[in-house]
Design a protein around this ligand. Structure first.
Ligand SMILES: NC(=O)c1ccc[n+]([C@@H]2O[C@H](COP(=O)([O-])OP(=O)(O)OC[C@H]3O[C@@H](n4cnc5c(N)ncnc54)[C@H](OP(=O)(O)O)[C@@H]3O)[C@@H](O)[C@H]2O)c1
Length: 328
């Protein structure tokens, strides 16, 4: 059921699976900014769910199954550990919900294929790479298309941050942890988007500590290459250089730009131009898009059905290149 509030238009009701840090920190503020309704959070624990709902102004709490059966929920934000994404995304789709599933949607290409085969006709599923919806990504694509850096030939992109607790799901191999799944997936998604092609070869390396805590890879595309570096134990950085034959874009945060982030155009060591990131979080732009699709005002873009299998196969290629090194 989609509510209509006076003067504002239809309000989409959302359910959240998991009392997740990302749901509290990024999704809910963005949902409020996008005018959505936080109807219910699902938790494995009644007590944790109730406390979390009260703390984060979600109307009620319940089990995961009850979220999927809730008639006031049109869309589900799935913020569970990586190993549970495909199972709950399939259940939510079967329950008739629109699904925004956290990245990585699947742990490998085979899982992605099985989930996508189960998407019902007319079903809407997004993998939560939200940066393609941020205006900064359109700016970058536009600058490349306008020839401002010449022919795109190389992307050097990193995503590092410090995991604070040894109990974090990112450090647990059984939960689908590791640097590539958690953050290395972003530069890869960016490379696929900007090169407009799929990778053909990867050569990688990683430091393993139960999971790949730190990894790097050179990923060849049919034209051009991505050099990516990702890890869970360094101060935060998402610095990215998008390099062409006539210049380069230096992007402080292509993935979750905030007000102080910039895109700079450089040529021959001289800064020629600079653009601040547009307002609104990438999550807010993505949620706004999804709600507009649900209420019928725009056609869907960046659906998982069009992209997530290729992303999972690209991840397989890079993962094989770091694990091959481990076993040799
Ligand atoms: N798109 C982005 O920008 C972005 C950013 C950060 C994270 N993420 C993704 O979001 C997802 C959640 O990350 P997070 O850091 O928010 O995780 P988190 O704080 O650890 O939350 C995960 C939630 O999953 C539930 N859960 C179910 N089974 C679990 C298990 N065996 N162990 C631990 N928790 C379990 C828990 O909720 P209950 O116990 O209440 O059921 C828990 O609160 C991951 O897939 C991550 O890759 C995406």
């Amino acid at each position: 059921m989609v509510e209509v509030s006076a003067g504002v238009g239809p309000v989409v009701g959302w359910g959240i699976l998991g009392t997740a840090n990302i749901a509290a920190r990024a999704f809910l503020p963005a949902l409020r900014g996008a005018g959505g309704r936080a109807v219910v959070v699902g938790s494995r624990s009644d007590v944790r769910g109730a406390e979390w709902a009260a703390q984060h102004q979600v109307e009620r709490s319940s089990s995961y199954d009850a979220v999927l059966g809730d008639p006031e929920v049109q869309a589900v934000y799935l913020a569970l550990p990586n190993d549970q994404h495909t199972q709950w995304a399939a259940a939510a789709l079967a329950a008739g919900k629109v699904v925004l599933c956290e990245k990585p949607m699947a742990l490998d290409g085979a899982q992605a294929q099985r989930l996508l085969a189960a998407v019902p006709v007319g079903g809407l599923l997004w993998e939560s790479f939200v940066f393609p919806f941020h205006p900064q990504t359109a700016l970058i694509s536009g600058l490349i298309a306008d020839g401002r850096i010449g022919d795109l030939s190389e992307i050097i992109s990193e995503f590092h941050f410090q995991v604070g607790s040894s109990a974090n799901i990112r450090l647990d191999v059984a939960r689908g942890g590791g640097a590539l799944y958690d953050v290395g997936c972003y530069p890869l998604r960016l490379g696929r988007l900007l090169f407009g092609a799929e990778p053909v070869r990867a050569s990688g390396n990683a430091v393993f500590d139960g999971v790949d805590r730190d990894m790097a890879a050179v990923v060849d595309f049919p034209v051009g290459r991505l050099i990516l570096s990702a890890g869970l134990h360094r101060p935060a950085s998402t610095f990215t250089r998008i390099i062409g034959t006539a210049g380069e874009l230096r992007v402080s945060n292509p993935f979750h730009p905030r007000g102080f982030d910039t895109v700079e155009l450089w040529a021959d060591g001289v800064q020629e131009d600079s653009w601040p990131a547009a307002a609104g979080s990438a999550f807010q732009h993505a949620i706004t898009h999804i709600q507009s699709v649900i209420t019928g005002s725009v056609a869907p873009q960046h659906l998982a059905t069009g992209d997530a299998l290729a992303q999972a196969l690209a991840m397989d290629l890079v993962r094989a290149s770091i694990t091959d090194r481990l076993s040799s």
